[in-house]
Design a binder for this molecule. Structure first.
Ligand code: SF4
Ligand code: SF4
Length: 242
């Protein structure tokens, strides 16, 4: 069975941000949010032995995804091909998945108050197109494919040592792998978590979660009382007839 994964070749990445910008443009992601990012990290070490890199990241489409477990409506789920997606029709914008994700991969889109994140451009992939970031990368640093196909470039890179380096820190089965022969990835690990997610504001929690629950409770109580009254009246009438 197909299992989609991505390898990011840290040796090739020139931190040009083209992938990030292309993704933002394609999905109309408002600033300051991201579906995919190139996040510069502070330098490590002492001059002249300094290592500087960026955290090139996106949703890890985790095998044991905490966001899927946290979602109260089933809006976030994992497809059979391994891609973790969000069903916008079911999302209530509660932000529980944002808190659960250890990678800061999710945000609430202020345009529709729903959660959004990378979905490996699954609509494009199903039409035999590459994800936008892969197509845009000027350096060929993003490689996407089926890691269960032994002939895919992705599985060959994983076989030859590309690793999902965060797994020692957060063991949720991430499926973004890093090829890193310059050994810059410890810089990313040292700065983990590399980016904090932007959480929903209390106002959004009130609008999207607390207020609907409140109205639901009031409605249920009202109709419950109405039903009890109707039942009492009906019983009263039956008693009079007897
Ligand atoms: Fe979910 Fe975050 Fe893992 Fe993506 S990286 S699958 S959003 S827990
Ligand atoms: Fe790196 Fe490619 Fe993204 Fe540029 S487009 S930052 S080279 S991954």
């Amino acid at each position: 069975m197909t299992k989609y994964a991505m390898v990011i070749d840290m040796d090739r990445c020139v931190t040009c941000h083209a992938c990030e910008v292309a993704c933002r443009a394609h999905y109309e992601v408002p600033v300051p949010y991201y579906r995919n990012w190139v996040h510069p990290l502070p330098p490590q070490g002492v001059y002249p032995d300094i290592k500087k890199t960026s955290y090139v990241g996106l949703c890890n489409h985790c095998d044991d995804a905490p966001c899927v477990k946290a979602c109260p409506t089933g809006a976030t789920y994992k497809r059979e091909d391994g891609v973790v997606v969000v069903d916008k029709d079911l999302c209530i914008g509660c932000g529980l998945c944002i808190d659960a994700c250890p990678y800061g991969s999710r945000y609430i889109n202020p345009l529709d108050d729903k959660v959004d994140k990378c979905d490996f451009c699954i609509d494009r992939v199903l039409h035999n197109e590459e994800p936008v970031c892969v197509q845009t990368c000027i350096a060929g640093a993003r490689i996407f494919g089926d890691m269960n196909d032994p002939n895919s470039e992705v599985s060959k890179l994983i076989e030859s040592g590309a690793t999902s380096n965060f797994s020692s820190l957060v063991n949720v089965g991430p499926n973004i792998y890093y090829k890193d022969s310059r050994n810059v990835f410890p810089v990313v690990k040292a700065s983990f978590p590399p980016r904090e997610p932007i959480r929903p504001t209390p106002q959004k929690l009130w609008t999207n979660v607390v207020r609907p629950i409140m109205w639901l409770t009031i409605g249920a109580t009202f109709f419950g009382q109405l039903a009890a009254l109707a039942l009492q009246l009906f019983k009263g009438e039956s008693d009079i007839k007897e």
